[in-house]
Design a protein around this ligand. Structure first.
Ligand code: AP5
Length: 212
């Protein structure tokens, strides 16, 4: 089964995807994490992507498609951040990769900005924290692996605005596309992560899969 998790920047896609991964035993494929790993490893595609990410715009399709292509064949996975425009949707469909359900996280802009500006991430294991909403026990240090917590470069205020614009112009249209296919579920994701997760876990599709 392939689950696509959608929503604006900072909606909580990565946080919820990690909860689904733990509870369902599926793979979490985050295109943003895959790009950030490629940059860390000095991969030439990652180096080309870096400037686009820092500006808050989409990286060119050929870069992200090349980085994602082998990983997309994994069964039972959660796609987080890919596809992000119609060209990427078409690429998946041409490769006969079917998305079974799309979870669309809905959050207002004020919440988005507060979530993104307080986000901190472990540089070693990637665990996501928030200064107020989900703080680590020891400031600046990951509870799980002891790694240092950092703020993403694209989480600065002017880049957040650009990412929101990019989302509205290029990604939001996919909500209608998947709604027309009858596989979209809108989830009010404005509450805490447990409340949001419970809304998804209560959906019939998940109960049918006997994942809980
Ligand atoms: P990507 O990494 O995918 O960024 P994004 O879509 O902007 O989403 P975020 O990672 O910012 O947020 P999220 O929704 O996962 O929220 P999170 O769970 O962290 O992409 C980055 C860049 O890569 C793009 O701008 C683009 O350049 C490039 N890119 C990626 N994919 C691409 C593609 N397919 N094509 C082209 N370019 C691509 O939560 C945010 C914060 O809120 C955290 O601090 C968390 O602790 C907190 N939080 C989460 N949920 C809750 C809650 N329920 N209550 C309270 N706090 C919460």
């Amino acid at each position: 089964m392939k689950i696509l998790i959608m929503g604006p920047p900072g909606a909580g896609k990565g946080t919820i995807a990690e909860m689904l991964k733990e509870n369902l035993g599926v793979v979490h494929l985050s295109s943003g994490d895959i790009l950030r790993d490629a940059i860390k490893e000095n991969n030439p595609l990652g180096m080309k992507a870096k400037a686009f990410m820092e500006k808050g715009v989409l990286v060119p399709d050929e870069i992200i498609i090349e980085l994602m292509k082998e990983k997309l064949n994994t069964d039972d996975s959660i796609l987080d951040g890919f596809p992000r425009n119609l060209a990427q949707v078409k690429k998946l469909e041409d490769a006969n990769i079917q998305i079974d359900i799309v979870l669309n996280l809905q959050v207002n802009e004020e919440t988005i900005i507060s979530r993104i500006s307080g986000r901190r991430i472990c540089e070693k294991c990637g665990k996501i924290y928030h200064l107020k909403n989900m703080p680590s026990k020891k400031e600046g240090i990951c509870d799980i692996c002891g790694g240092n917590l950092y703020q993403r470069k694209d989480d600065e205020p002017q880049t957040i605005r650009e990412r929101l614009n990019t989302y509205k112009q290029q990604t939001e249209g996919l909500v209608n596309y998947y709604n027309d296919k009858g596989i979209l579920k809108n989830i009010d994701a404005g509450g805490n992560k447990e409340t949001t997760y419970d809304k998804m876990a209560g959906l019939e599709w998940l109960k049918k899969k006997k994942y809980r």
